[in-house]
Design a protein around this ligand. Structure first.
Ligand SMILES: Cc1cc2nc3c(=O)[nH]c(=O)nc-3n(C[C@H](O)[C@H](O)[C@H](O)COP(=O)(O)O)c2cc1C
Length: 346
């Protein structure tokens, strides 16, 4: 069985070398109403957003991706530099690797060296279920401290767990595990899917646990089933190669998931849209559906593997595209955009 460190390195390598995207991107189907007389000065559009009590210069987060392998440290550093320079939020990948192997701590803690307005720690739901409440609390504190986090993300990844040979597929007790932690934890908790989406039923239940935000992490971007196809093929594991292929496109499309979650939580928790966001127009589409912010992973990873400057450039392009979408819908700021942006039924 490969070590966690090897698995983390595989994830980065496969994401960089192979096409692991969903077979379509659902944001393409969302068209916004154009305002031919916007009555707004584009240069004065204010993209500031408040998320989990922190102020971001634009409603964009770099989604938690990595840590736990030597090559991850440079990627996290480049992402952190970009988040600092542009005033965006940033998550790290699952920190379990560093809890079991202390020499991997710097691959995550490198983000502490940067003034990032919203730093997000990360743990997976399968671990919480296994650990039980006391150990979960201890480890959650350690993860937050490791990256000096303002929030903790609990990722939901049962699709990925089902299609990988080393997967944890006993999900009984998951909800209780989140609830027990959310009740006592002093740092805000965000629950995030990782590519298969959150339904209205799950969102409604989560909104009663004390979590402060839900990241819908829907279908349409990076497919972890696809990643597992390549890992399984390399390990001559026919069952999991087949399983990954079959479930490559499993999940709730991100726009549909945003609509379901926004409708279900009734402003009690904040909503983040992740999954297939490629540019600032996709971000605007997600915000128009009611999301408070968006997060990007696959679109910035290749840039972060190159350099901090390439990452900054990519995110700056996204910010400028988002500003243009605000301008062309006649919105001066995020509040106005939420009120005025209309999605056309095509
Ligand atoms: C290389 C890679 C590693 C990832 N690792 C994690 C992880 O450890 N924890 C997590 O919560 N999400 C992880 N994700 C999922 C992303 O946060 C995000 O939910 C997903 O990639 C969908 O966004 P995208 O379509 O913009 O890529 C990872 C994504 C990538 C590309």
């Amino acid at each position: 069985m490969p070590t966690i460190q090897e698995r983390k390195a595989d994830h980065i390598r496969i994401n960089l070398e192979k096409d692991v995207k969903a077979s379509a991107n659902p944001w393409d189907g969302i068209r916004l109403q154009h305002n031919a007389l916007p009555e707004v000065d584009r240069g004065k559009v204010d993209l500031t957003a408040t998320l989990l009590g922190r102020t971001l210069k634009a409603p964009i987060i770099i989604s938690g991706m990595t840590g736990g392998a030597p090559e991850a440290q440079k990627i996290n550093e480049n992402l952190a530099r970009a988040a600092e320079e542009l005033g965006l939020g940033m998550g790290v990948g699952s920190q379990r690797a560093a809890l079991v192997q202390k020499d991997l701590v710097p691959t995550y803690s490198v983000v502490r060296n940067h003034q990032i307005p919203l730093r997000i720690a990360n743990l997976g739901i399968p671990q919480l279920v296994k650990w039980g409440p006391e150990e979960t609390l201890k480890n959650a504190r350690a993860c937050v401290e490791m990256v000096d986090a303002h929030a903790l993300a609990i990722h939901l990844n049962y699709l990925q767990e089902s299609v990988q040979p080393e997967g944890d597929t006993n999900a009984r007790g998951s909800f209780k595990a989140i609830e027990s932690l959310a009740k006592v934890f002093r740092v805000p908790i965000l629950v995030k899917e990782t590519g298969a989406g959150v339904s209205s039923e799950v969102a409604r239940a989560l909104s009663r646990t004390g979590v402060k935000a839900i990241d819908v992490g829907g279908w349409g971007g990076t497919s972890f089933s696809a990643v597992e196809v390549y890992r399984a093929a390399a390990a001559n594991d026919a069952l999991h190669a087949r399983m990954g292929q079959t479930f490559w496109d499993w999940g709730i499309p991100t726009p549909e998931s945003v609509k379901q979650v926004v409708g279900a939580v009734n402003c009690k928790v904040q909503v983040i849209a992740t999954g297939g966001i490629r540019n600032g127009l996709d971000a605007a589409r997600a915000l128009a559906l009611g999301a408070d912010a968006v997060a990007v992973a696959g679109a910035v990873l290749p840039k972060a593997a190159q350099s901090a400057a390439a990452t900054v450039e990519e995110l700056r392009f996204m910010i400028e595209e988002l500003r243009t979408a605000f301008f062309l819908t006649g919105a001066q700021n995020l509040d106005q955009f939420h009120q005025t942006a209309q999605v056309l039924s095509t």
